[in-house]
Ligand binder design. Structure first.
Ligand SMILES: Nc1ncnc2c1ncn2[C@@H]1O[C@H](COP(=O)(O)OP(=O)(O)O)[C@@H](O)[C@H]1O
Ligand SMILES: [Mg+2]
Length: 232
């Protein structure tokens, strides 16, 4: 009986992969208020929930409903690539900035050089003598704050989405902590999702995450549960 129930659950999940979105009214309202409503003074929004509960789908639905005219930079942390610093940030910048003219930005050369270490193919106009991959985390963090702040407009907010943060490398988590403090409030947002059922959750990074979450001024967190979804 238990086994057939599990099969049924799996079929429902597969059928819904591209299917209609169900429930999550409370969670969508929570996200809408913080991205496009009266509570938009938290740059960092976190969604926590076990694997398969609907974090990624909730993010997709949020982007579709509330952020259709926004600049979206979206990356997913990968377990196998945990040792590659900034993997998800690179993915987010490379894909999200494909249509942007980065040469127009007013960034000092030393900052452009650091961003070019992450996405050299997108900043070919930058002359650099740095060895490939040589990243100075504090300079890179300042460079990315400035990049995101300059890209965002009052009428065109920017959202950096990082999914599966439980697999983020330490460099990415520290960078995120810096972005949270210095990006323009109300026009640059950081949306992250992570699992809470993985014991190896960020042996050291977990402390960084909980610091953001408990930081009254910078974090906000929604915990997904199957009871509140009206789904599954
Ligand atoms: N509210 C929902 N309505 C319909 N399908 C959903 C909903 N939430 C999740 N799903 C589906 O369930 C599956 C797992 O969701 P997903 O967002 O990938 O979970 P997670 O990111 O938490 O691991 C996907 O097929 C997704 O499309
Ligand atoms: Mg997911």
């Amino acid at each position: 009986m238990q086994e057939s129930l599990q099969h049924y659950r799996l079929l429902v999940v597969q059928r819904n992969w591209h299917g209609s979105f169900v429930g999550r009214t409370k969670e969508l309202a929570w996200l809408r208020d913080r991205l496009a409503g009266p509570a938009n003074d938290h740059p960092l929004l976190l969604i926590q929930g076990e694997a398969g509960i609907g974090k990624t789908r909730l993010i997709q639905e949020t982007l579709r409903r509330f952020c259709s005219s926004w600049i979206i930079l979206q990356g997913t942390c990968q377990e196998v690539e945990r040792k590659h610093p900034y993997h998800a940030i690179v993915e987010a910048l490379r894909r999200g900035l494909a249509g942007e003219d980065l040469a127009r930005l007013n960034l000092p050369g030393v900052w452009l050089e650091q961003i070019a270490q992450l996405i050299p193919d997108r900043l070919q106009f930058v002359e650099t003598w740095l060895a490939p991959g040589l990243i100075e985390p504090t300079i890179l963090a300042d460079a990315l704050v400035s990049l995101l702040n300059q890209l965002a407009r009052p009428q065109r907010s920017l959202l950096l989405v990082l999914d599966d943060l439980q697999w983020a490398d330490k460099a990415t988590l520290s960078l995120l902590g810096h972005l949270v403090r210095y990006v323009h409030q109300g026009s640059v947002f950081l949306l992250g999702a992570f699992r809470n059922d993985i014991i190896e959750l960020l042996a050291s990074g977990q402390r960084i995450v909980s610091t953001w979450v408990t930081g009254a001024t910078c974090g906000a967190k929604e915990i997904l549960s199957s009871q509140s979804s009206g789904y599954l």
